[in-house]
Ligand binder design. Structure first.
Ligand code: WTA
Length: 631
């Protein structure tokens, strides 16, 4: 499956475009199927209806576990590095991981989980999180992992949207010198979740938790009551594998649905190629399994390829800014996949934390989640890669399931801050606002994809129309990514950021509408408007313009109250970085907020606001500008 030269990439790419079905059938034959497909692909973007490998039967955990047992039973599958560097790291071999997954799968069954049921997972970055994910897949249950930073209300919304039956959680999580009381958050969430029947709680921080009779049970007790024999459920290629909630430009987060066959093929293929993974290597992706990067490139992609995947519980700056480099040295990491925001934050500490660290094991570096600025790219290249490791700047999305536009390590010549070229099978197209294709090189446009790929989303849970409207209706017969993109003179792609109302804060997608709704829940707030603005470390920060008539003298206290509200409604990750109290918002006569103006103000660039004559009350703009200067 691996591509080794640029010529080979070009040939493979051509083939994948000319004969996509043959191409993907060839890739898919590298995986383990209980029954082969009848049909490689049927599709229609208008509905949308996308089916890959129809008629095929498989279980993704047999690909991730069972098939490696004969030759790699004693190879480390997961290496876990705890938050506290003084504590022991843990290694789970493929044999041990297989056993644990089967055992926990039986625990799920014992607690009433059946094929097709939805299971919410809200856990720290511990091996048991991967075990829980795979155990769901083992029995054909659909997992919905919720990132540990979300609030009780966000969890409740997600649980209710998917009508989950069981929650798997832990007493708490360690994050740097903080502890997060996960079970307490779940207890709050479950007040409003009638579909939940059972909660399985892992002991981790060993903080006191309330355990409700009949509903809550301990992971450690449950696994003693079952055996470790659990045959893998036979799944159809198009059966649902998981739901992952993500923010869009409107309304509540939507549950992106991925299915078993195509997702597996795509995650495995892209992992093996982009990172040029070699047997025996240690691969470290610093993401959280609560996001798509963790799903595809900590769990499914690496394990499907028999790789050793390193899971890290903590944060890059604890106990100090050397932590990543200590981990690289300690575990002899060969491939490091991280986010620009982490690189920028570590850059801020200078080179001292890197000094004296043995990073010679590193062979490939990767970046994901947001545009990487040139300065960060060069720092990563020089200080970490010692100019000796290709950097793969991987562009993709929750909806795409896997990497779409990216260099292939050792194959594609890289260029700082460019995601470079599409992977085989991916057909990007740039369009203008009207949906007309922008051809040629040295052009900018909205990034769409014109042909299906196996890892793409199939629907949004419980609301297929929303999927159609969000991704397939803006431009006819195209999947719209929501990203702006430059194709330079060499035909290289550079993602310039979202063109919709989604902000990317430290690589986390946050919808402006969601934050506005949360702010508006605060008593006293009449209305608000939220925009993103450039932030040195986070990539984008959140700027909120808030109408709050009864504002007291202590504006700062009110600001803190609002932050508290947002934390309650969404989670700390959505807290605005700046709040500006204003008496009005720039609206058109039809009542639409002119965000373009607010974005300019947030950027601190008010010299050229463009045409404001269509505003209902142009005077508010001056007030906003004046106030913003005092902030
Ligand atoms: C952005 C994360 C520039 C982009 C895998 C996309 C990037 C959104 C890159 C998806 C990159 C991701 N360069 N921008 N290499 N990778 N993005 O769903 O705006 O959390 O639409 O998936 O992140 O975020 P999501």
């Amino acid at each position: 499956m691996q591509i080794n030269t640029f010529e080979e990439y070009q040939e493979t790419y051509q083939k994948s475009i000319n004969q996509p079905e043959e191409f993907w059938a060839g890739i898919a034959s590298n995986f383990l199927w209980k029954k082969k497909w009848d049909n490689v692909l049927s599709w229609d973007f208008a509905s949308p209806s996308i089916k890959w490998f129809e008629g095929a039967k498989l279980n993704i955990t047999e690909n991730c576990l069972d098939r490696h047992l004969a030759e790699k039973g004693d190879t480390p599958a997961i290496v876990w590095e705890p938050n506290d560097p003084e504590k022991e790291s843990i290694t789970l071999t493929y044999r041990v991981l297989h056993e644990q997954v089967c055992r926990f799968a039986n625990v799920l069954k014992k607690n009433g989980v059946q094929k097709g049921d939805r299971v919410c997972i809200y856990m720290p970055m511990v091996p048991e999180l991967a075990v829980a994910v795979l155990a769901c897949a083992r029995i054909g249950a659909v997992h919905s992992v919720v990132f540990g930073g979300f609030s009780a209300k966000s969890i409740a919304d997600r649980i209710n949207d998917a009508a989950c039956k069981v929650v798997v959680t832990a007493d708490g999580a360690f994050r740097g010198n903080k502890q997060i009381q996960l079970k307490e958050v779940i207890d709050d969430a479950l007040i409003g979740c009638p579909t939940i029947e059972k909660v399985i709680v892992l002991t981790h921080t060993r903080t006191p938790v309330s355990m409700l009779k009949g509903r809550d049970c301990w992971w450690e007790d449950e696994i003693k009551l079952v055996d470790s024999n659990c045959p893998a459920e036979e799944m159809n290629a198009e059966d649902m594998l998981f739901i992952l909630y993500t923010s869009g430009s409107t309304g509540k987060p939507k549950g992106v649905v991925h299915t078993c066959g195509g997702y597996m093929v795509y995650a495995g293929y892209t992992f093996s190629n982009v990172f040029n993974y070699q047997p025996g290597e240690v691969y470290f992706c610093t993401a959280d399994i609560g996001w798509i990067t963790g799903h595809s490139y900590i769990v499914y992609g690496p394990l499907s390829q028999g790789a050793t995947t390193l899971m890290f519980e903590g944060i890059p700056t604890y106990p100090n800014a050397s932590r990543f480099w200590d981990i690289v040295e300690k575990h002899q990491v060969n491939i490091l996949y991280t986010a620009p925001t982490a690189i920028r934050s570590l850059m801020g500490f200078g080179t001292a934390p890197v000094q004296g660290k043995d990073l010679s094991s590193l062979r490939v570096l990767g970046s994901v989640g947001e545009p990487i600025n040139e300065e960060a790219w060069h720092w990563f290249d020089e200080e970490i890669g010692k100019k000796n490791c290709p950097i793969v700047d991987t562009w993709w999305q929750t909806e795409t399931g896997g990497i779409m536009i990216s260099p292939i390590a050792f194959v594609t010549p890289t260029k700082p801050s460019f995601a470079t070229l599409p992977l085989p099978g991916i057909q990007p197209i740039l369009v203008d606002e009207q949906g007309k294709e922008i051809e040629g090189n040295g052009v900018n446009g909205n990034l769409c994809i014109k042909f299906p790929w196996p890892g793409m989303l199939r629907t949004t849970y419980g609301d297929h129309e929303r999927c159609r409207l969000t991704y397939f209706s803006t431009y006819q017969n195209l999947y719209f990514t929501g990203d702006g993109c430059l194709r330079d003179e060499d035909g290289y792609y550079r993602i310039t950021g979202r063109v919709d109302d989604v902000i990317n804060v430290s690589g986390h997608r946050i919808g402006t509408a969601e934050v506005e709704n949360a702010i508006n829940m605060h008593a006293g707030v009449i209305e608000s408007a939220v925009v993103g603005y450039p932030h040195d470390v986070k990539g984008q920060g959140i700027f909120a313009f808030v109408i709050y008539p009864g504002l007291s003298k202590d504006e700062d206290l009110t600001r803190k109250d609002i932050l508290q509200t947002v934390t309650r409604i969404i989670g700390a990750i959505a807290k605005p970085d700046k709040i500006l109290f204003v008496s009005g918002l720039p609206k058109t006569r039809s009542g639409k907020i002119m965000r373009r103006i607010l974005r300019k103000v947030a950027e601190g660039d008010t010299s050229n606001l463009g045409d404001i004559s269509t505003l209902l009350d142009p005077a508010v703009v001056q007030e906003i500008i004046d106030k913003s200067k005092q902030l």
